[in-house]
Design a protein around this ligand. Structure first.
Ligand code: SF4
Ligand code: SF4
Length: 376
């Protein structure tokens, strides 16, 4: 028996484990693995029927099975059956709403029908949030909740504050306000990546979709070309996020790829714009059929992604446009306390299928909510 291994402890599959055809994922640790069919079969089995290490290794004495079993335990894909996981949370990704308004009115975005006020997060609060995150090592921090971060008068100071703490910035922007001097500033370091919301190379189509004037198109296009030329300095490079669910989306993507590919390695992300859990519904938005299930299979948002409003409220996720599902206030409690309250535990319990989903939770209208943990 290996030191520290408890052979007679019942093991179950962690509620945070799920798989796609190409990946086995642990939402809590934010780790990704090749989906070995034997591992998946075991995880499926232990999800329904916990078993001890001793019983499993007796049934499969093959050393390679025992080493795989130990690997699943070490990676926290298998956990003690008695463990309550509903209070668990690790902030791998952090959205901070530094400013609320956006200069665009993209037709596929709730800002186009219900624009947010021009409020800005006070600098002191931003600095307080970063100090409250001391000890965290997020993969990235973004400065959005549907606002355009370049409208923030303190944008550069915030980027410097992130750099000082070595929190990588993942900049989501429409790029329309990005001047050359700002590109130079961003090139000085601290970027995880940049995601440009740029739905079409065609200037008239871009202006119509984003409801912005032509000069903003040329600003954004120039900034994109410029940042692509230095994209290899960022771990996640430059991504073009292609929104608006139209019949011509394949042609739009191809034109974007051909043009911007000349400037550097470009990633194109087709968004199939969703209804933002019911916040916007029109012909440019893909609308899911209403959910009829009661039990669901999880969503990484409530386990690894922190969302903080301009006032310091911690809310459910980016799909919660109006920030109605509030978990707590960073001015009154620590992140650890906020993310393990009774409400946070109840939400995880419902989202990860331990209990039936309440009919009125916005997740019921969200296409990110998984129906199955192990498809196929
Ligand atoms: S999609 Fe982005 S750029 Fe467009 S209106 Fe919404 S927040 Fe602004
Ligand atoms: S399922 Fe949708 S609404 Fe619910 S937490 Fe996940 S992303 Fe947010």
């Amino acid at each position: 028996m290996q030191p520290g291994r408890q052979e007679d402890v019942l093991l179950k599959t962690s509620i945070f484990v799920n798989a796609t055809e190409s990946e086995l994922i642990n939402d809590l640790t934010n780790r990704f693995y090749d989906p070995d069919p034997n591992d998946i079969a075991l995880l499926k089995q232990l999800e329904r029927t916990p078993a001890t290490f001793a019983a499993l290794s007796a049934a499969h004495p093959d050393p390679s099975f025992i080493s795989r079993l130990q690997h699943l335990i070490d990676e926290r894909l298998l956990v003690p059956a008695t463990l309550d996981e509903t209070g668990e949370f690790i902030p791998h990704r952090i959205d901070i709403e530094t400013c609320r308004q956006c200069n665009a009115r993209c037709q596929f975005c709730p800002q186009s029908i219900s624009p947010k006020s021009p409020d800005v997060m006070p600098r002191e609060l931003f600095d307080f949030i970063l100090s409250a995150l001391d000890g965290a090592s997020p993969e990235w921090v973004a400065l959005n909740h549907y606002g355009e971060p370049l409208l923030d008068p303190f944008f550069r100071a915030r980027v410097d504050a992130l750099r000082a703490r070595q929190f990588p910035l993942n900049l989501f922007t429409n790029g329309s306000l990005m001047k050359d001097t700002l590109c130079d500033f961003l090139c000085q370091g601290g970027l995880h990546g940049i995601v440009f919301n740029f739905p079409s190379l065609d200037v008239a189509e871009w202006c119509e979709l984003m409801q912005l004037k032509e000069r903003f198109y040329w600003n954004a296009r120039r900034a994109l070309e410029r940042m692509l030329s230095v994209s290899e300095t960022m771990p996640n490079g430059v991504t073009i996020s292609v929104n608006a669910t139209t019949n011509n989306y394949v042609a739009r993507i191809e034109r974007l790829r051909q043009h911007f590919g000349q400037f550097g390695p470009v990633k194109i992300q087709w968004e199939n714009s969703n209804a933002r859990a019911g916040a916007i519904e029109n012909r440019l938005v893909h609308i899911e059929s209403p959910r009829t299930e009661k039990y669901f299979a999880g969503c990484e948002r409530v386990v690894g992604h922190l969302h903080i409003s301009w006032e310091g409220k911690v809310y459910l996720c980016c799909q919660d446009y109006d920030q109605k599902v509030v978990l707590g206030d960073i001015r009154e409690a620590s992140f650890g306390e906020i993310m393990s309250t009774g409400l946070a535990r109840r939400l995880r319990s419902e989202i990860f299928g331990l209990t039936a989903m309440s009919g009125n939770l916005i997740c019921m209208q969200c296409n990110k909510l998984r129906i199955e943990k192990f498809p196929g």
